[in-house]
Design a protein around this ligand. Sequence first.
Ligand SMILES: Cc1cc2nc3c(=O)[nH]c(=O)nc-3n(C[C@H](O)[C@H](O)[C@H](O)COP(=O)(O)OP(=O)(O)OC[C@H]3O[C@@H](n4cnc5c(N)ncnc54)[C@H](O)[C@@H]3O)c2cc1C
Length: 284
Amino acid sequence: MYTNEFDYFRPSHIQEALALLEQHPDAKLLAGGHSLIPTMKLRLAAPSTLIDVSALEGLRGIRLEGNTLILGAMTTHRDLEFSDMLHSHCPILPQQASLIGDPMVRNKGTIGGALAHADPAADYPAAMLALGASLKIESQNGPRVVAAQDFFQGMFATALESGEMLTEIHIPLQGSHMAYAKFAHPASRYAIVGVAAVLDMAGQICSSARLALTGAGPGVMRLGKIEAALEARVLTSELLSSAVQNAVEASELLSDNFASSEYRAHLVGVMAHRALSSAAGIAS
Ligand SMILES: Cc1cc2nc3c(=O)[nH]c(=O)nc-3n(C[C@H](O)[C@H](O)[C@H](O)COP(=O)(O)OP(=O)(O)OC[C@H]3O[C@@H](n4cnc5c(N)ncnc54)[C@H](O)[C@@H]3O)c2cc1C
């Protein structure tokens, strides 16, 4: 399958990329290409212009500023997987990155591309919600910062508007009680059900819990019922088992050839239990 014909630009500075986006409202940014190119080959997208952002200076890398981790949008899955800084300060991201696709996808695919694409089965959106991340978006009108909760707006839908580019992901530091559990599709490795859990612990007591679900529904969502059942409680294996029961209604979830909505609802409980046990250091 071939893509449509398109004009191709490869800017070397962000301002140049933003100017091109403004001049070509139909343009698509090309990052790692691991979602965009297959979509174009299937003719689900046919942009007249591609703006290849792989040569942009300064958009790739991970740094710590005060209490905030800052990830450049062009940071690859592999960069995240092997980052010592993330292993120390935000271990859920290297864990997720290591579970994405195959080595080729991880070498080329970027966190910015994955978040902008907002595939309902992508892994990172769940961690973004559970970590309380914010996303920096730039256009020729200047920058704006959007909370992850407001960025994801359903299946392949985000708060990005025409002329805008995601440039950074900001993550507040918050201990290391965090984990991701995924029931992966056996061929693609995308999440059929993925649960990210981030806990604030005061000794044995859970002072706050943030859980988010990906893959199971039309978009990423918080698991508020489980969060409420854990807050201000001493975490035990028994509490986790009861908290994850009936966490979501099957009617809210997707159903397809791989997994019915009822099966997905069952898996949400299983994956939430695994993520929580791992985050809290409790044998499951
Ligand atoms: C075989 C295979 C298996 C995969 N398995 C998984 C998996 O298990 N879990 C998972 O989460 N993902 C998986 N993916 C998707 C993978 O993570 C992609 O790398 C990712 O979704 C897109 O990143 P990219 O850099 O390739 O973006 P691209 O494909 O280049 O772009 C994707 C979209 O985002 C837009 N975009 C890119 N960068 C920006 C930006 N900075 N600002 C605004 N818009 C932007 C593009 O215009 C395009 O619309 C898989 C992909 C493949 C091919």
